[in-house]
Design a protein around this ligand. Structure first.
Ligand code: NOJ
Length: 538
């Protein structure tokens, strides 16, 4: 079997507002990304970048409210700069994945502006409009993820429209074939410009219950990720998203992508589903494939615990349909920073784990230097979610990338930045490149080893049961003659272990002692992860 780039490679997410500001307005831009391509391709050594939205947008949800799907917001550049970014990235062997937002568009998108003109406007049915109940209340009990009802009253046409996110993000009616045709046309536009794939925003939200039934109430309102997500979790969201008809749309999308270019394009579904069997259904079947990679977000909720880590990975592996390719996410622009979820030593071990599991890892900008979740004072808060529902804001993981210890961490030469820079004095790329055992150098080392190891890129995965207990999780990755062992000590104690012969220590997270104490014996430091080669690597 020949493996594709999206299977063997490592993806790096860029939140364009926060990565690099080239024009000094305090907001990152595409020219800034171009200026840092060399860092990504060579210094760090990732294989693909995913750009969060850069389309024209009123920025109510910072680009996830798109007002034109086929252009670039002047704040970020223009189509010519996008093309330049793409060409330069490709010249460095970096693939470029872009964000596609199909569930909703901005209320300022011309399609919605038309739709809200009158009940008989040709675009009326492109969105979800409903009459009020006789008492004037919304048509059903559906809630917006960002707080409050998911229905907004339109005084002019005397109906409610649906918005599963902020009211400035109107949900499309994907049951209308014209919507599907228009959105597939958008995909074609970017394919023709030669992008390598799409990350599809809240992919499972696009189709809802055709009868618009109320969601049932949830007695123990809790999700794995957000324990204080109370209002939204007062319901079980079975009717307002994830209707089984979504599968047909994504199977059609897959056919379109596979037909486009020798099956080289990738579709990644953002699907917040924590039941592995349900998540796996988004791969489709062997005959009717859907997503290449339905994002696996379960590591985002993983505590520092050997049994839980092992159980999570094994049950995910066991749930995967035949030929489905796994993937792992440890951070993104919606979640608390990885470095603030783990202690320092744990963070290093978790980074080694992320880069040695079977499947495609997606890294989030700044996680390679251990950027922390920033505390954003109320008057500097930007995220509409955090403003609507205190405690759920996402600004803390979106602060500017810390490049140096200079003003604004080298992110911008402007007077101020859109979100405050956090802790540039202690955590930045420049200093970490100089410190031999920095987190950045650990990532660089691991990425380099991964590139040269077929076992890590595409080998099988198996827990080494003989060495695994509630303190240790050891697993191996292997293909043909090549085999790597990954040993993670979750305990606070050092541990001496005896192993069958091994050839080489490739990387360790707590010590630089690469020698074997005696043949077959090795001491793991507390909270240390070690990567071993069972036979010499070429
Ligand atoms: C998921 C995105 O990751 C998030 O940032 C955004 O706010 C919502 N979808 C709505 O588009």
């Amino acid at each position: 079997m020949k493996f594709k780039w999206w299977q063997t490679g490592v993806i790096y997410q860029i939140y364009p507002r926060s990565f690099m500001d080239a024009n000094g307005d305090g907001i990152g831009d595409l020219q800034g990304v171009i200026n840092r391509l060399d860092y990504l391709a060579h210094t760090l050594g990732v294989d693909a970048i995913w750009l969060s939205p850069f389309y024209p947008s009123p920025m109510v949800d910072f680009g996830y409210d798109v007002s034109n799907y086929v252009d670039v917001d002047p704040m970020f550049g223009d189509l010519a700069i996008f093309d330049e970014l793409l060409n330069k990235a490709h010249a460095l062997n970096l693939k470029v994945i872009i964000d596609f937002v199909p569930n909703h568009c901005s209320d300022q998108h011309p399609w919605f502006l038309e739709s809200r003109q009158s009940k008989d406007n040709p675009k009326r049915d492109w969105f979800i409009w409903k009459d009020a109940k006789p008492d004037g209340s919304p048509p059903n009990n559906w809630l917006s993820v960002f707080g409050g009802s998911a229905w907004e009253w339109d005084e002019h046409t005397q109906q409610y429209y649906l918005h599963k996110f902020v009211k400035e993000q109107a949900d499309f009616n994907w049951r209308n074939p014209e919507v599907k045709a228009a959105m597939f046309e958008v995909i074609r536009f970017w394919l023709n410009r030669k992008v390598d794939g799409f990350r599809i925003d809240v992919a499972h939200f696009i189709l809802k219950d055709p009868d618009f039934r109320d969601n049932p109430l949830n007695e123990n309102g809790e999700t794995p990720l957000h324990k204080d997500f109370k209002d939204y979790d007062s319901q079980i969201h079975i009717h307002d998203k994830g209707h089984q008809d979504v599968h047909e749309v994504y199977a059609d999308l897959r056919t379109m992508l596979d037909n486009f270019d020798e099956k080289e394009k990738v579709s990644i579904g953002e699907i917040h589903v924590f039941d592995f069997d349900l998540l796996s259904s988004y791969y489709g079947s062997v005959e009717r494939k859907e997503f290449h990679l339905p994002f696996n977000f379960t590591l985002l909720g993983l505590p520092w615990d050997a049994t839980k880590a092992r159980h999570l990975v094994e049950s995910y592996e066991a749930s995967l349909p035949k030929n489905a390719w796994p993937n792992y996410v440890m951070g993104n622009h919606d979640e608390k920073r990885m470095a603030s979820r783990f202690e320092k030593d744990e963070l290093r071990a978790m980074s080694l784990m992320l880069l040695t599991l079977r499947g495609t890892p997606t890294l989030y900008y700044g996680d390679e230097i251990g950027m922390l979740e920033a505390e954003i004072p109320l008057d500097k808060m930007q995220d509409p979610w955090g403003i609507n529902v205190p405690g759920l804001g996402r600004d803390g993981c979106r602060t500017p990338m810390q490049w140096t210890n200079a003003k604004h961490a080298g992110f911008s030469e402007g007077a101020s930045t859109w979100l405050p820079v956090f802790d540039e004095q202690n955590i930045n790329v420049k200093d970490q490149l100089e410190e031999e055992d920095s987190l950045l150098n650990l990532y660089r080392k691991l990425l380099k080893i991964r590139r040269s190891s077929d076992a890590l890129k595409c080998g099988a995965f198996e827990t080494l049961n003989a060495y695994t207990n509630d303190q240790f999780w050891f697993y191996r990755r292997f293909v043909d003659q090549e085999e790597c062992w990954i040993l993670i000590n979750f305990s606070k104690e050092k541990k001496k272990i005896n192993l069958p012969s091994f050839a080489q220590i490739l990387c360790r997270t707590q010590s630089d002692d690469m020698s074997k104490e005696a043949i077959q014996s090795l001491t793991l430091e507390a909270k240390e992860a070690i990567l071993l080669a069972k036979n010499p690597m070429t």
